[in-house]
Design a protein around this ligand. Structure first.
Ligand SMILES: Cc1cc2nc3c(=O)[nH]c(=O)nc-3n(C[C@H](O)[C@H](O)[C@H](O)COP(=O)(O)OP(=O)(O)OC[C@H]3O[C@@H](n4cnc5c(N)ncnc54)[C@H](O)[C@@H]3O)c2cc1C
Length: 458
């Protein structure tokens, strides 16, 4: 008789949990998975997918505006937010169904309810106890709301995706990628958007030129960025909501969205009791093979708070399945992971920002290009694209590629492969461009940016 009920039991059926469980099931392992919400998790139900569908909805505005320069005369335009939300919800239901079926077809047993560990090999879900040889924690993260008076009137990204009506005035608190994406959605669809950030500029940790270019272009689109500030209180009035900033300024809004960070879902799981170690941010500490302090308990994805991206969570889940059930030990390389911000305009980035490269490699060369793309000539759109390469002077290896402009996420995916292969600037130069595209600029940049006199601050 088997010593355990399952070879692998996964807690959390989001991107990483589902991917890892399915892969393990496909190798014949006996797998169970518990989910306290809906199968699919953050990315599918309240993250990447619904967000991107709303971004697509917003992008039509630019297309309508630009069309006049190309000879189009448009009739009346009317946007119906409720219709977009209903269409989005229908698509999410479809995807949820697909995820349920994917688990079924991989013979993964699903358990509905909040799961917790009762001992190192036993998980309890809704009063039912099961044992497993290996346990994979894939419980993700949740939006953190700051503790200020009136915070109950604010919403997180979860609610922002389900608003009944498009707010006319939106205050977004936070300057990370989620904040920028919602600023783009609401702003492009016609809301008056204000972004309040503690730092000098948006997108902390990104390349300085990316931060400046995005701020500039968003400002040109009418989004107001209030730097070096924070909200001290929120009040509900007859006219909606009023937020008071640090300096006493009041901002009236119909919706106040907090995008100030996400906290790993580690509470109530019984982790510390069985010996799983957490860090000060309450994230699970793992080694390069995703093992926690208890070697047969693994953790993947956002609950480990490292690179909080769907493809990373998926790769980590699959790596565990490969290692345990396919005699194919795998570890996920967290270097050169391409990533995007689906703002207006969008950002694509892979590798090191200039300041990181300088710190790590010392002597670097920087190539930068800022130009108005061809489409802007007839449309009259003034928006300028930024492209930037960071190169190690000693080896000529390209360390970072950064872009702000149309199609940046699509272009950056290909550059990610080049960086994974260790491509040099000479190899970029020898690559023939596709003409006429914006992307060809990445293989035609010749002039080095002069060395900066002093590091840019913040
Ligand atoms: C608004 C937004 C936009 C995003 N956009 C992008 C993007 O464009 N690209 C990108 O790569 N990433 C994006 N992300 C991040 C991405 O969604 C996450 O990195 C990804 O979902 C992490 O997957 P995961 O498996 O770690 O966790 P999740 O997908 O969060 O899944 C965790 C699951 O565990 C369940 N759970 C939690 N606790 C328990 C418990 N005790 N018992 C049972 N079940 C439990 C939860 O209900 C959830 O379903 C976005 C996130 C947000 C919020």
């Amino acid at each position: 008789m088997a010593r355990f009920d399952f070879d692998l039991f996964t807690i959390g059926a989001g991107s990483g949990g589902v991917a890892g469980s399915r892969r393990a099931g496909s190798y014949g392992a006996k797998v169970g998975i518990a989910e306290s919400g809906r199968i699919g998790g953050t990315c599918v139900l309240r993250g990447c997918v619904p967000k991107k569908l709303l971004v697509y909805g917003a992008e039509f505005v630019d297309a309508f505006e630009d069309s006049a320069g190309f000879g189009w005369s448009l009739g009346e335009r009317r946007f119906d937010w409720a219709r977009l939300i209903a269409a989005k919800d229908k698509e999410l239901d479809r995807l949820h169904g697909i995820y349920v079926n994917l688990l079924k077809s991989a013979n993964v047993a699903t358990f509905e309810g909040h799961a917790k560990l009762v001992d190192p090999h036993t998980v309890e879900v809704n009063g039912k106890r099961v044992t497993a040889a290996h346990i994979m924690i894939a419980t993700g993260a949740y939006p953190e709301m700051l503790d200020i008076p009136g915070i109950e009137h604010a919403i997180s990204s979860n609610e922002a995706l389900d608003l009944k009506a498009l707010p006319k005035r939106v205050l977004i608190v936070g300057g990370g990628y989620i904040a920028m994406e919602f600023a783009g959605i609401f702003g492009t669809l016609g809301a008056k958007v204000t972004v309040a950030i503690r730092a000098a500029q948006v997108l902390r940790h990104f390349d300085q030129d990316v931060r400046s270019a995005l701020t500039e272009e968003m400002t040109a689109r009418g989004i107001e960025v209030r730097a070096h500030t924070h909200v001290t209180r929120i009040e509900k009035t007859a006219d909606g909501l009023v937020a008071t900033l640090k300096d006493g300024t009041k901002i009236a809004a119909d919706a106040i969205l907090y995008a100030t960070g996400r906290r790993p879902n580690t509470r109530g799981l019984g982790l510390a009791e069985v010996g799983v170690r957490l860090n000060e941010a309450e994230a699970i500490v793992v080694d390069e093979a995703q093992r926690t302090a208890v070697p047969h308990i693994y953790a993947i994805g956002d609950v480990t708070d490292r690179l909080n991206l769907t493809p990373v969570a998926i790769a980590e889940g699959r790596a565990i399945a490969e290692t345990l059930f396919n005699k194919n030990p795998m570890m996920v390389d967290h270097h050169n992971v391409p990533t995007a911000v689906f703002s207006q305009p969008p950002v694509g980035t892979v590798g090191l920002a200039e300041h990181m490269a300088r710190e790590k490699f010392g002597a670097i060369d920087v190539y930068r290009s800022r130009f108005r793309p061809m489409k802007g000539t007839l449309s009259g759109r003034q928006e300028r694209t930024l492209m930037k390469l960071v190169v190690d002077r000693k080896t000529d290896r390209v360390l970072g590629c950064h872009m702000v402009g149309r199609d940046a996420p699509e272009i950056t995916q290909g550059l990610g492969i080049a960086l994974q292969c260790g491509a040099t600037k000479r190899q970029f130069d020898r690559t023939i461009g596709i003409h006429p595209t914006a992307a060809e600029e990445f293989v035609t940049m010749r002039d080095k940016v002069p060395e900066p006199k002093a590091e840019a601050a913040n």
